[in-house]
Design a binder for this molecule. Structure first.
Ligand code: ZN
Length: 182
């Protein structure tokens, strides 16, 4: 951020009085532009014994497989965001079951929420954001072609938890390529 979104003056970086972190500050209109993590919401859609993946038509990680997920918009809930992203990326209607993974992706200032979801029918199709959309059984998952660590984690947890049939919320901290499984 270089210019004030309020008055267009050039911004300075400084620690405001009473604060402890550097912020973008406008000296013309006295606005402090706080920057905080963004929320990504998505689904792990399940149909029978298969999960739905999308092959990305957009950067980053174009051509790699992912779960339908994306940035939350203003004026929607995390659940609505997860459903909307699944419609936009896979043209699929799902029923949300529970929040399944919550990942702090520290190095990119993001929090990712993935909901476990069920599909009643195997109905889906490609979109502007997905080159391919497909259902995969566990032994068909393209592990080497997954777009993000968060997606790999969610899928690993899912197939692990499916053995017992209980799907507790998984809280994960990801820092660079390292991640801590609780
Ligand atoms: Zn300003």
């Amino acid at each position: 951020m270089k210019y004030c979104s309020n008055c267009a003056a050039e911004l300075h970086i400084a620690i405001p009085e009473g604060d402890n972190l550097p912020r973008h500050i406008c000296r013309q209109c006295d606005t402090i532009h706080y920057q905080n993590p963004k929320i990504i919401a998505g689904c792990l859609p399940v149909y029978q014994d298969k999960v739905l993946l999308c092959r990305r038509a957009i950067e980053p990680r174009l051509g790699f497989w992912t779960l339908p997920a994306g940035f939350m918009e203003n004026n929607e809930s995390t659940q609505q965001a997860a459903l909307r992203e699944t419609r936009e990326e896979a043209n699929a209607e799902v029923r949300l079951l529970s929040l399944y993974t919550m990942t702090s992706i520290i190095h990119v200032n993001q929090v990712q929420l993935i909901y476990l979801a069920e599909m009643d029918k195997p109905e889906f199709s490609t979109s502007n954001e997905s080159l391919e959309v497909e259902l995969f059984a566990e032994d068909e998952i393209p592990w080497e072609e997954l777009a993000f660590h968060t997606i790999r984690n969610a899928l690993q947890y899912y197939f692990e938890d499916r053995k017992t049939g209980t799907f507790p919320l998984r809280q994960i901290e990801l820092q660079g390529t390292r991640y801590n499984r609780p």
